[in-house]
Design a binder for this molecule. Structure first.
Ligand code: CMC
Length: 432
């Protein structure tokens, strides 16, 4: 439907009531029926578990067309950004929904670079946690703890929010790298201001005080690409979490910490770790690719083809297309081969010609190929989702800021349909 052909209202008949509900039309013609008056006028609410049919906000940040496999940040196609931009510029784009001019970009890059250090006392938080604790838990704790160091953090003024945003964007790589260094018992490496955002991450991850370390530029560029592709994805589970927590008036650090926890789950960002574990299980001969696929189709097996399927994409996830090519490019440039790539390609081939996956429109998503690149960069499997979180940081912040500017925003508080016991009388325990 186009703007001109979309009806202006939707008619709802409910008992003997007739309601004309306003219709909202987005930039690309996507339509929403505005039901804000529904309960007041009819006494009924909508029922939509998982919110798959619910538009919870209006947004100018990211556009996604799941049927066509289209993703744009503030109007710019993901393919153009992936190949022509860089992560710091994309951060600005998401935060302002405009590309920066030269001076803005220089100032922003400077600000991000000069807020990367953590308060020295915060280091003790890492050493107080078990070395084998999952780094996503460590990162959620450290990001939440930032609000104890920056206590003015509150959704109050644009200036305060901006400096908190800079701090988070700058410090997240340091937190991620410290979580890794703690897990392997190596000394924390301070950030280096002469390096790019991605190269500095590699320095903090892989350098030691014992010798010089120069990040490999091919690896740094590959990491930058991964960060761009993960930077935002409109109202996904973790972003909705960040908005929901922020809707109560909680500060940016607390809201993003909750987002990190939401991202951790294997149905969301944790899928990148799960994909590599799945590929390894096939490589180690526990099952063949075909046996695995048969299992993934059986509902009672508890097995899913990880990195496949998406709530919104009913077509190839454009990020997966870029990453699939990047796997060849990065492995080629590094002069490596990875048998896991062959297994992934085999799984994809089986899926794309199997009626189970074809009928359900299940295609590779962003997590299917990303792990092969993380692995080529030497990033341990347990840290894959942490790198997703570094990438998603500007998206979470941009969405939180947008929510705080939105005059129509209200505290998130869905309704329910109570199906429990009817009223009954309390009986003391002796008589039960
Ligand atoms: N393997 C096997 N069957 C699947 C899969 C899969 N990966 N994904 C969906 N299905 C089936 C599902 O069983 C259902 O079948 P039926 O209609 O017969 O009941 C149908 O496809 C629709 O699936 P759904 O679970 O209702 O879809 P959803 O929108 O609620 O869930 C999803 C989306 C991403 C959670 C799901 O596709 C999934 O679990 N995928 C594997 C995990 C994964 O890769 N997650 C990363 C998502 S993308 C990046 C991110 O958000 O972090």
């Amino acid at each position: 439907m186009t703007h001109d052909t979309v009806p202006k209202t939707a008619k709802l008949t409910f008992g003997d009531q007739e309601l004309d509900l306003p219709v909202l039309v987005g930039t690309a013609g996507e339509t929403a029926i505005d039901i804000r008056q529904l309960r007041a006028k009819t006494g009924a609410v909508t029922y939509d578990p998982g919110l798959g049919n619910t538009g919870a906000c209006q947004s100018k940040i990211t556009f996604l067309d799941g049927e066509q496999g289209v993703l744009r940040y503030a109007g710019y196609p993901i393919e153009e950004l992936a190949h022509q931009s860089h992560f710091v510029e994309v951060m600005w784009l998401l935060l302002h929904q405009e590309l920066p001019n030269k001076q803005q970009l220089e100032q922003f890059t400077h600000d991000i670079t000069y807020h990367t250090m953590l308060h020295e006392d915060l280091k003790r938080l890492f050493s107080s946690l078990p070395k084998d604790g999952h780094p996503m838990a460590v990162c959620a704790a450290a990001v939440g703890a930032l609000s104890t160091y920056y206590q003015k953090a509150a959704p109050n003024t644009p200036e305060q929010n901006w400096i908190d945003a800079i701090r988070l964007l700058a410090k997240m790589p340091t937190i991620a790298a410290y979580s890794y260094k703690h897990s392997i018992g190596q000394p924390f490496m301070y950030p280096r201001n002469d390096l790019s955002y991605a190269a500095n991450i590699m320095h903090m991850m892989y350098a030691t005080p014992c010798e010089e370390y120069e990040p490999n530029p091919v690896m740094a560029r590959a990491l930058d690409l991964l960060l761009i592709l993960h930077a935002d994805h409109e109202q996904n589970c973790s972003t909705s979490t960040v908005r929901t927590v922020g809707s109560s008036g909680a500060n940016l650090f607390a809201s993003v910490s909750a987002g990190i926890s939401a991202l951790w789950g294997p149905l969301h960002g944790g899928a990148n770790q799960a994909v590599i574990e799945m590929l390894l299980s096939i490589r180690e001969g526990r099952r063949t690719a075909r046996e695995f696929m048969e299992l993934a189709k059986k509902k009672d097996s508890g097995v899913r083809l990880m990195g496949f399927g998406h709530r919104v994409y009913k077509n190839y996830d454009p990020r997966a297309l870029i990453l699939k090519q990047a796997c060849y490019d990065v492995l080629g440039e590094l002069g490596r081969k990875d048998p896991l790539l062959d297994i992934a390609l085999e799984l994809e081939q089986i899926a794309l010609s199997d009626s189970y996956f074809v009928e359900r429109k299940l295609y590779p998503n962003v997590d299917f190929y990303s792990g092969i690149i993380y692995k080529a960069l030497g990033i341990p499997t347990e840290l894959f989702t942490v790198f997703f979180a570094i990438g998603r940081m500007p998206g979470w912040i941009a969405q939180w800021l947008e929510y705080n500017r939105d005059s129509e925003a209200r505290i998130t508080r869905p309704r329910q349909i109570y199906m429990g016991s009817a009223p009954r009388t309390y009986a003391p325990v002796e008589g039960r």
